[in-house]
Design a protein around this ligand. Structure first.
Ligand code: 13P
Length: 249
């Protein structure tokens, strides 16, 4: 099966009105048949990016969503609010949310359910720490993180979401997984999904994230089970990000 590639930029907690303006303007020229190009700005800039990118190919993602629908939850942002800004994808379970903000497998699963019910496509981020890799727990960790979501929303919903395999040791470290390392885990994730549904396993797009740069992306994209990239630091530089999009085909 041919799966369309996704190249997504997670801007994390970076940017200002001015820098968002110049970054988006730098990305407007992107025209890619081969891939869907996604940017995930911080909440305050969603409206700005929506307007600037309205005539472009850029697709909007949010970096998080509340697990509550509405009401007295100071500081939270609901799914229906994101719907007001043309958001398609929502990053969920990013390792920074898990490790720094205490998001558990069950909270992430609840958020995935909220996002799906509201019509969004979650980008479910999973991945092991260095310690877990060194003790050969990589697959076990990925399976556990995915299983929590299967138990909550059911395997059939997985054809409406995207998985991003982001080994924690590769995030922001400059130490990307090799293309072969990424392929190995992606194919094991797909095999795990196939135990529940072969058709879902074939269809689901699995992105790699963790120190992706233009120079490393083409080797990654050649791998049969790497369906794109979730890019952090390098997505803040329009030229670099465009090179990664080009590498996707
Ligand atoms: O966390 C990431 C994307 O979500 C990856 O970040 P870096 O590309 O900066 O390593």
């Amino acid at each position: 099966m041919i799966r369309r590639k996704i190249v997504a930029g997670n801007w994390k907690m970076n940017g200002s009105k001015e820098s968002v303006d110049s970054l988006v303007n730098g990305l407007l020229e992107i025209e890619s048949q081969a891939s869907e190009v996604v940017v995930a700005p911080s909440f305050p800039y969603l409206s700005q990016v929506e307007q600037l990118a309205s005539k472009s190919q850029l697709v909007l993602a949010a970096q998080n969503v509340s697990d509550e629908l509405k009401g007295a939850f100071t500081g939270e942002v609901s799914a229906s609010m994101l719907d007001d800004f043309g958001v398609k994808y929502i990053l969920l379970g990013h390792s920074e949310r898990r490790s720094l903000f205490g998001e558990t497998d069950s909270l992430v699963a609840k958020k995935v359910a909220i996002a799906l019910n509201a019509g969004f496509a979650p980008m479910l981020c999973i991945g092991e720490t260095l310690e877990e890799r060194e003790s050969e727990q990589t697959l076990e960790v990925c399976k556990r993180q995915i299983q929590a979501v299967i138990d909550t929303v059911g395997i059939d919903k997985f054809d409406s979401l995207v998985i991003a395999y982001e080994p924690v040791w590769a995030i922001g470290t400059g130490l990307s997984a090799s293309a072969e390392q990424a392929q190995e885990v992606h194919s094991l994730i797909r095999a795990f999904l196939a135990e529940s549904s072969k058709s879902v396993a074939e269809k689901v797009q699995i992105l790699y994230g963790g120190s992706v740069k233009a120079s490393t992306s083409s080797a990654l994209f050649k791998m049969p089970d790497v369906d794109g990239a979730l890019v952090g630091g390098a997505s803040l530089d329009a030229k670099e990000f465009i090179e990664i999009v080009k590498a996707a085909g």
